[in-house]
Design a protein around this ligand. Structure first.
Ligand SMILES: CC(C)(COP(=O)(O)OP(=O)(O)OC[C@H]1O[C@@H](n2cnc3c(N)ncnc32)[C@H](O)[C@@H]1OP(=O)(O)O)[C@@H](O)C(=O)NCCC(=O)NCCS
Length: 190
């Protein structure tokens, strides 16, 4: 299987329908942590749920309307990066991510997203990558900041989740901003 190394014995690989059991195991190891701010843990409840969600991304990939990549650490699927929306006509896409808790705190998502940002901007000619995060999701907001994104606004109480209405911050990075953001990250080592 082709893979892109992202350091620390970690690799980015396409995440496909045949990984359903691995995905379910990954979500099971981090169900509460992963489900705190996003709906993924609710969708991937069992093997059928995992298969169905992976199939929805295979369909998006087939239509050039989204994408999904797993993060494998020492051979185990520990999380993923996705383009939930991908619109080539407008040049706008939306990225997202998750990790199981044992794999958090090591920069895997930030490093993996930089690979995908290079690909989105430079190979695919995207103009704008968006990042939606709950206002309460500090680690996700920190990823957006580390990637050099700009906070553009807040959708107040737009997302009912876990019995509450939560607010969503919108962060985004534009193609002309990416080279400087990438260079800043290379200088800081983060
Ligand atoms: C959002 C989420 C993926 C962020 O995980 P994360 O591990 O904090 O993000 P990264 O993998 O980029 O790692 C960054 C951390 O590693 C540290 N780090 C270590 N080496 C690093 C490196 N080379 N580059 C960047 N960061 C590095 C950073 O300092 C940071 O730690 P800190 O927050 O203690 O300062 C995680 O909290 C998660 O899965 N949450 C549940 C699902 C979810 O909410 N997804 C987001 C939807 S919008």
């Amino acid at each position: 299987m082709y893979a892109t190394p992202i350091g620390d014995d970690a690799e980015l690989r396409p995440l496909e329908v045949w990984h359903a059991a691995e995905l379910l195991a990954n979500i099971d190891r981090g169900r509460e942590f992963i489900g705190r701010h996003i709906g993924l843990a609710d969708v991937v409840r069992d093997l059928d749920g995992a298969r169905g969600w992976l199939k929805s991304y295979a369909d998006k990939r087939g239509a050039d309307a989204g994408g999904l990549h797993g993060i494998w650490l020492a051979g185990e699927l520990v999380g993923g990066l996705l383009f939930r929306a991908w619109d080539t006509a407008s040049g706008v896409c939306e990225a997202g991510c998750w990790l199981e808790p044992a794999a958090a705190g090591g920069g895997l998502v930030t490093r993996g997203m930089r690979v995908l940002l290079d690909w989105a901007f430079e190979e695919r000619g995207m103009h704008r990558v968006e990042w939606y995060a709950s206002s309460a999701n500090e680690p996700s907001i920190a990823v957006a900041r580390r990637l050099g994104m700009t906070r553009e606004g807040v959708l107040r109480e737009n997302y009912p989740h876990g019995g509450e209405r939560t607010s969503t911050e919108i962060w985004a990075l534009l193609r002309p901003e990416w080279p400087a953001a990438r260079a800043r990250a290379a200088r800081s080592g983060r």
